[in-house]
Design a protein around this ligand. Structure first.
Ligand code: AVJ
Ligand code: FE
Length: 440
């Protein structure tokens, strides 16, 4: 990295760090101290834990590892180690009080700015292209999405406000046919891509059809009205067992409202809007819907080919619309709107084949369990991804309205247990195509 490029990178890092911090501040300043320290669901940490954990990771990776500086607070490393402290136990820990946590984050950030003034972006993998800084930006933004999910679980009056997303600009629906053939999955070149997105590798897929848009509330209401939750034919054995045990009968946060449905959103009740992507469904619900509809969930590779493959050049791009970073016209990201946008709201974000809203709105469940790409190497720590590889987790793709653009790409991979639905999760369907159909 030359001198000028180094300056550019420094500016970009400083901007991204500040952008993450202003979101963290907002999410933790709109509630009082008691609320920050309370656990709103056993699935989530008290917000004040996320807050100090963000600072602690920044200290560990940037101040100590990249900077080689003395620890500021090694006494708190254990408290904020996600592996040592299960979420349900976090409220009982001797956590930093909100004011202490904020002061700690400020001190760490000051050290990071000192470091940023002098750091040289050498070939050392941790600092090449500013990787460790990018990783910490994405880490903070990931926790900001987690904190947004905590806000959705909290009871009480609304404290978060945002304008509604755009209305539909185009008629969007039906399926798109993706022709058979190879494409490049994963990346070697996106400088801030995380270890599980690497390396780039070729994948050959038979022809398939994929929905042009995520499954909407209207679609999902037909499944409910048709008795989908009461019919084990649509569910996998594990899905049915969970449906019965957890007494599922609608997406999370929905309640009956007269003869219709309403949902609770960040402290406000609203009638369910039919043309919005369904959100807060678990993998089992997504899979049951797809089976009922005569379809299936896409594999992770099918999702990524639909999102990245350019039929003209044959190349895989960073996003459905090309290689440029997302703008407000491309996708509903970044907590600008606190809900998914109706289908058809982002024609500028569609892929060349006409698949809409792959990025933003809702995370999309895929049928694929979470494993490393062929040739995977853990970097810089096994605990980001590798320790989760196996059959327990399903991959989600594309990001949600709660995901920042820095933590969302055509290659970005998220994962969760198939029963989880407190995340901003939805889905779209796919299906095999008959060879005759792919000729047309
Ligand atoms: C990638 C969203 C599954 O929240 O558990 C945050 C991100 N990793 N801190 C999570 C993460 C470490 C991770 N997910
Ligand atoms: Fe974390």
């Amino acid at each position: 990295v030359g001198h000028v490029d180094g300056e550019r990178l420094r500016d970009r890092i400083a901007t991204e760090l500040a952008r993450a911090r202003s979101r963290t501040a907002l999410l933790t300043e709109v509630v009082d101290d008691a609320d920050l320290m309370r656990q709103h669901s056993p699935l989530m940490s008290p917000l004040v834990w996320d807050l100090a954990h963000v600072g602690n990771q920044e200290e560990l990776w940037l101040v100590r590892d990249v900077g080689g500086r003395e620890p500021l607070r090694c006494d708190i490393d254990e408290l904020y180690d996600a592996f040592k402290q299960p979420r349900r136990d976090r409220p009982a820990l001797p956590l930093l009080a909100p004011a202490e946590a904020r002061a700690y984050l400020g001190t760490v950030r000051d050290k990071v700015h000192d470091l940023l003034d002098t750091v040289r972006f050498t070939e050392r993998p941790l600092v090449a292209d500013g990787f460790a800084f990018g990783m910490i930006v994405q880490h903070e933004q990931q926790h900001d999405e987690t904190m947004l999910a905590t806000h959705q679980l909290r009871s009480g009056l609304a404290v978060l406000h945002a304008p509604p997303p755009p209305e539909p600009q185009s008629r969007t629906g039906g399926e798109v046919l993706v022709p058979a053939g190879e494409f490049t999955m994963g990346t070697d070149t996106d400088p801030w891509a995380l270890d599980n997105e690497r390396p780039a590798h070729r994948v050959d897929l038979p022809a398939y059809a994929i929905d042009a848009a995520p499954v909407t509330n209207g679609d999902y209401l037909s499944f409910i009205a048709d008795g989908g939750y009461a019919d084990p034919r649509w569910w996998s054995p594990a899905g049915w067992a969970h449906r019965v045990h957890a007494q599922l009968d609608a997406p999370m946060h929905w309640h009956r409202d007269g003869d219709g449905w309403a949902y609770q959103r960040f402290g406000r009740a609203e009638r369910v809007r039919a043309d919005e992507p369904v959100v807060h469904v678990c993998f089992h619900e997504a899979q049951a819907y797809a089976t009922w509809a005569g379809k299936r969930l896409p594999t992770e590779a099918e999702w990524e080919k639909a999102a990245r493959w350019d039929p003209v050049s044959g190349r895989s791009r960073r996003y459905p619309w090309g290689d440029d970073d997302p703008t407000d016209a491309h996708a509903n990201l970044g907590q600008r709107h606190l809900r998914p946008a109706p289908v058809g709201a982002y024609p500028a974000g569609a892929s060349p084949l006409g698949v809409h809203q792959l990025i933003g709105d809702v995370w999309e469940w895929t049928s694929t369990t979470f494993h490393g790409h062929p040739g995977f190497r853990a970097f810089p720590y096994r605990e980001y991804s590798e320790v989760f590889f196996g059959e327990d987790y399903r991959v989600l793709r594309g990001g949600s309205f709660g995901t920042d653009r820095s933590a969302c790409r055509g290659t970005f991979r998220n994962w969760d247990y198939p029963i989880r639905r407190q995340i901003f999760s939805g889905f779209r369907c796919a299906r095999d195509v008959h060879p005759d159909e792919s000729q047309r």
